[in-house]
Design a protein around this ligand. Structure first.
Ligand code: UD1
Length: 416
């Protein structure tokens, strides 16, 4: 397990480019097999979760060529075979391949996916939606086998707008003779990016980004080149990192609209924000104001930013409240922040943070991807040395986080 050593207390200053979105790359990589040809993807981040997804595609006989942010996927000789459990377990979004395999081969075999331990993360909505679409599911000893003769015309109503289930329904129905309507789908920008990519390939998906998506199945999809959207959570991370260190940073290559729920909260917190076409300038001159935050499906405040604001509010003026409504186990990082002197009390799915002027140095451990980054932010604003262990979680979702922070004047070192 790897560590970050941070010599904190430095204000971030300068300019930084945001990488491609992790949560858009993963479903789009899965979708790329649907042309049965060669697809070129740009702006794919160099992160562990992408590496694992590419390994799964190679296992399924795809040929992959990678050159920095460009990935070429040749799925002409691809075969349908079971996805090995050890790869399935490595990331949650491995389950998205099920929808893509069903679309292309009318069958898929896989086991329960893994991913960060931030809640029970069942896949019942994925499987019940598949059943509604006419897909037969046979589950035995943890192995899930899906088979379909023909997807049926249907309306799938999601009780909760699950990101993964929405992606799986879209992928499974895109190559078919039928029409599938999703009521109450997830409206996250990454879903929009996936649907735009599929429509570029020749799919017919209407209502993208609304609360009713209609997929009119097509017989074939074509080869395309596509550039993945910017990572809004990475952008959010640098925004909060600037505010927590009282810095002054220009963040380039972002999509402003996707960041609005985060920008509103940072303004409320006292940050000065200026936006352009695809950039944000953020400056913080004073101690942050307290906030009340409740995570919600998009366009609400993103659960993936919850822990980062958790770290920020430890240094705010007054008492802040954060309520987590998406994942039930996303407060583990608070115990680590407490080691740094943070005053946080948990009551059910809410935390109450009593802001302090300063945190103190400590040795802490990343508990999951975003929880790990909240510790990095706490380390950046705390004078002296903070050591964070188990940062392998962070490598799953951030491209060169340490190098990018150092470019802005931080002192953060990676230790194997
Ligand atoms: C995706 C994102 C993750 C983000 C989350 C919510 C990827 C790779 N990951 O995760 O970063 O935090 O969206 O924005 O894109 N649920 C069920 N049954 C299901 C499916 C989900 O009960 O079949 C529950 C989950 O346990 C969770 C909630 O629904 O409590 C949200 O899950 P979902 O929207 O599916 O998130 P993911 O796709 O796993």
């Amino acid at each position: 397990m790897c560590s970050y050593i941070i010599n904190g207390g430095k204000k971030l200053d300068g300019e930084i480019d945001i990488s491609g979105s992790k949560n858009a790359s993963l479903p789009i990589l899965a979708a790329s097999i649907l042309s049965s040809g060669i697809v070129k993807l740009y702006n794919i981040p160099e992160i562990e979760d992408v590496k694992i997804t590419l390994k799964i595609l190679e296992h399924l006989n795809c040929k992959i060529k990678r050159n920095k942010d460009k990935v070429v996927i040749d799925s002409r000789n691809m075969r349908s075979k079971p996805i090995p459990e050890e790869l399935m377990r490595k990331l949650r979004s491995s389950v998205i391949l099920a929808g893509a395999l069903i679309s292309r081969f009318k069958e898929a075999e896989f086991t329960y996916p893994g991913g960060c331990d931030i809640g029970s993360r069942p896949i019942d909505l994925h499987l019940s939606s598949f059943k509604k679409m006419g897909i037969k599911i046979n589950e035995d000893s943890g192995i899930i086998k899906c088979k379909v003769d023909e997807i049926v015309n249907t309306v799938v109503h999601l009780d909760f707008p699950s990101v993964g289930a929405t992606e799986n329904i879209v992928l499974a129905s895109v190559l078919s003779n039928s029409e599938v309507i999703i009521e109450n789908p997830a409206m996250e920008p990454e879903i929009i990016d996936l649907c735009k990519f599929l429509n570029k390939m020749g799919a017919k998906i209407d209502g993208i980004g609304t609360n009713l998506i209609k997929i009119i199945g097509v017989k074939k999809l074509k080869d395309v080149s596509y550039t993945i959207m910017p990572d809004r959570i990475e952008a959010g991370t640098f925004l909060v990192a600037t505010v927590i260190t009282r810095g002054n940073v220009k963040i380039n290559k972002v999509c402003i609209d996707d960041l609005n729920p985060i920008l509103y909260k940072l303004e409320e917190c006292g940050a000065n924000i200026e936006t352009g076409n695809n950039w944000i300038k953020i400056k913080m001159l004073k101690r942050p104001n307290k906030l009340e935050i409740k995570t919600m499906p998009y366009p609400g405040f993103p659960t993936d930013m919850q822990s980062l604001f958790g770290a920020l509010l430890c240094t705010a003026k007054g008492t802040s409240i954060i309520t987590e409504t998406i994942f039930e186990n996303r407060f583990k990082y608070t115990q680590e922040l407490s080691r740094m002197g943070a005053k946080i009390k948990q009551e059910g799915n809410t935390i109450i943070i009593d802001g302090k002027r300063k945190l103190n140095n400590a040795n802490v451990q990343a508990t999951d991807l975003r929880g790990g980054v909240s510790l990095v932010l706490a380390g950046l604003c705390t004078k002296g040395i903070t050591k964070i262990d188990k940062v392998d979680y962070i490598l799953r979702g951030y491209e060169n986080l340490d190098k990018k922070l150092n470019k802005l004047g931080a002192e953060i070192f990676f230790e194997v």
